[in-house]
Design a binder for this molecule. Structure first.
Ligand code: GDP
Ligand code: MG
Length: 443
């Protein structure tokens, strides 16, 4: 991940006053690779990297963060700004129904999104109506009706006898209908083609002129990758839009399309769609997308996982022991803790988590798993009495334990020292001193 690569770049950089030009260039290279891997369009990558370099040049090396963290912070801030800063909210009409029109390529997810958005609005206390203005594909109206039924929202569609046959008149008639039936939001689903197409653009802009939408949303598949820029630009010129909706974020796309589109068009990404279920939909969160693009994982996820991994029952037991209710903290407890740390360590590797946690992350990643096996071997060569009361482990016992575990006496000494250190630390924690570091971590 980018944070790993930057950490490597800055291995030898500590306590310098400013980042050197060579450091900045090396960093720029890593950021460039990360963005290209996330499928961000090349011109966008160039501009972005340039902006980050400028900012990096101006900054003092911070005391609190290491240079890699500092750069990541800059990159993250720039990404969030381009992606729209705070999530932009829908603008509702002051009078009459709010009209939201959807535009985008066929298969982008418009019809699915129309129903998801309707459900979301309904949950906010709105009374939405869906409008089937895609008469291009034979099944399009039916699809919207089925989705509308799933979310319990009325669908306005052309019917034999209601006098509307073409998409523009359907859309126009739907607004009148919404006023009569007191629906306060009208969502107009439109047709798409597989490629950009003049006739289709014309139809979409005719619909737009007929319904005078409060919001036109450009719906785009997050998997579109490098094509994002041309498609987004064509729709901007052909129809125009106020905001972007990214769909299929449940796929494995890193979401570079979001950055490309937001950067080239200046339009905010407003919603994110991430699955086939009607509830797989939410406001777009630029900060979350930034860490997805950088493949930095999610700190919150890590913390939650870590809490789960540290079995709460075990923590209770340890706490009881430390407070004197459950006996002393023993070498068995110590070993158990080390095994928990191993779980955390491999988890952080597997899931690419722990961004920005500096020392802690480094410690976990440099954690030698074989070290735990060695410690385990040593502890298992002790008698139960020794494990429960490590103070009794004198010189001759150490020699026996070393022999039994195939290690040196110095290894046993080292382990016993670390145990006492860890125990001291645990006592401090139990007294409310916070977490000074992982007990038992090799330093
Ligand atoms: P439209 O042509 O723009 O109206 O696109 P549709 O709404 O018909 O969606 C095209 C296909 O993508 C359908 O099979 C949808 O079920 C699927 N789809 C839409 N949104 C999502 C999403 O967020 N995640 C996934 N996995 N599939 C989606
Ligand atoms: Mg459709």
């Amino acid at each position: 991940t980018l944070s790993d690569r930057l950490a490597d770049t800055f291995k030898n950089l500590r306590g310098k006053g400013r980042l050197s030009e060579a450091d900045i260039d090396a960093t720029a290279r890593e950021i460039r690779i990360a963005l290209l891997e996330a499928d961000v369009a090349l011109p966008v990558v160039k501009e972005f990297v340039g902006a980050v370099k400028d900012r990096a040049r101006g900054e003092e090396v911070s005391g609190a963060l290491n240079p890699a963290q500092q750069i990541i912070k800059i990159v993250n801030e720039e990404l969030v700004t381009i992606l729209g800063g705070e999530t932009r909210r829908l603008r509702y009409a002051k009078t009459g129904p709010t009209v939201i029109m959807l535009a985008g390529l066929q298969g982008a997810g418009k019809t699915t999104l129309a129903a998801k958005l309707a459900l979301w609005l309904k949950e906010q206390g709105k009374a939405p109506m869906l409008v089937a203005a895609d008469l291009q594909r034979p099944n399009a109206v039916k699809q919207l009706q089925v989705n509308g039924e799933r979310v319990g929202v009325t669908v306005f569609a052309p019917e034999p006898g209601n006098g509307v046959g073409d998409p523009v008149s359907v859309a126009r008639a739907s607004i009148e209908q919404a006023k009569r039936t007191l629906h306060d939001v009208v969502i107009v689903d439109t047709a798409g083609r597989l490629g950009i197409d003049a006739e289709l653009m014309k139809q979409a802009s005719d619909i737009r002129d007929a319904v005078d939408p409060d919001e036109v949303l450009f719906v785009v598949d997050a998997m579109i990758g490098q094509d994002a820029v041309t498609t987004a630009q064509s729709f901007l010129e052909g129809v125009g839009y106020d905001g972007v909706v990214l769909t299929k974020l449940d796929g494995d796309a890193r979401g570079g399309a979001a950055l490309s589109i937001a950067s080239i068009t200046g339009k905010p990404v407003m919603f994110a769609s991430n699955g086939e279920k009607m509830t797989d939909f939410d406001l777009f969160h630029p900060d979350r997308m930034a860490s997805r693009i950088l493949d930095m994982g999610d700190v919150m996820t890590l913390i939650e996982q870590a809490e789960k991994s540290f079995d709460s029952e075990q923590a209770m037991k340890a706490a009881q022991k430390l407070s004197g209710q459950g006996g002393e903290f023993t070498l068995d407890d110590f070993l158990e803790q080390m095994q928990q740390v191993r779980k955390l360590g491999s988890m952080s590797k597997i899931m690419g988590m722990l961004p920005g946690m500096g020392q802690f992350r480094e410690q976990l990643e440099n954690f030698d798993e074989r070290e735990i096996d060695r410690i385990q071997a040593i502890i298992q060569s002790m008698t139960p009495a020794e494990r429960a009361n490590p103070k009794m482990i004198d010189g001759s016992r150490r020699a026996r334990i070393a022999k039994g575990s195939g290690r040196q006496v110095s290894d046993v000494n080292h382990l016993v020292d670390r145990f006492f250190e860890a125990r001291k630390m645990m006592m401090q924690m139990a007294r409310g001193g916070g977490i000074p570091g992982m007990p038992g971590m090799p330093g």
